[in-house]
Design a binder for this molecule. Sequence first.
Ligand SMILES: O=C(O)[C@H](O)COP(=O)(O)O
Length: 232
Amino acid sequence: MRRLILLRHGQSVWNLENRFTGWHDVDLSDKGRDEATAAGSLMRDAGILPDAVYTSVLTRAIRTGFMSLDVLERLWIPMVKDWRLNERHYGALTGLDKAETAEQYGDEQVHVWRRSFATPPPALAVDDERHPRHDPRYADLDPSRLPATESLKDTLARVLPYWRSDLVPALQQYPTLLIAAHGNSLRALVKHLEGISDEAITGVEIATGDPLVYELDDDLGVSRKYSLRAPA
Ligand SMILES: O=C(O)[C@H](O)COP(=O)(O)O
């Protein structure tokens, strides 16, 4: 049996401030750090010990993976960081207050931007300092691959090739694989793993700091799924 643990990072400072975050690199809040440590304790208490961790290139996910492994005394396992596990890019909404944006554009429009499958938020201009072309961590990537905004569909379109090229081989190598990532990059993975429709995925939420365990058969089909914070 293979095990995949999906872990959304703990609360970030911008989650706390209710701001659209996306690819902005904000760190964990104090509560988020506690959640990351608690996620490690949940894995330890369940006897679920990751053999490798895959994460994004954003501090809140990296630190969540690191802090949970620290509890497990497994900081020595391989840690792979890849931009394709980043949060969905929030485009021109990046940094805005979610409640103020809802007052300006209406709850319905903001809900469409946040949860519709295929409608992306307004895009960033290339010369906007928030555009990933200005961030040195993406300097080695062909600029045409860098998003100026993303819907969940766009996020899936970068996560899925990475699943096939890197995560599936990693699962074949490591019996228990931890992915420490983000609400929407994980929703994209969950959609694929569970075969959730474009409509139904709009209602799927992933809690911060709650390790979701997928037990997978040899063909990587899901045989069982449970949350470590609220086991069924
Ligand atoms: O990027 C963000 O702002 C959050 O991490 C996820 O936001 P959402 O709940 O609006 O998808």
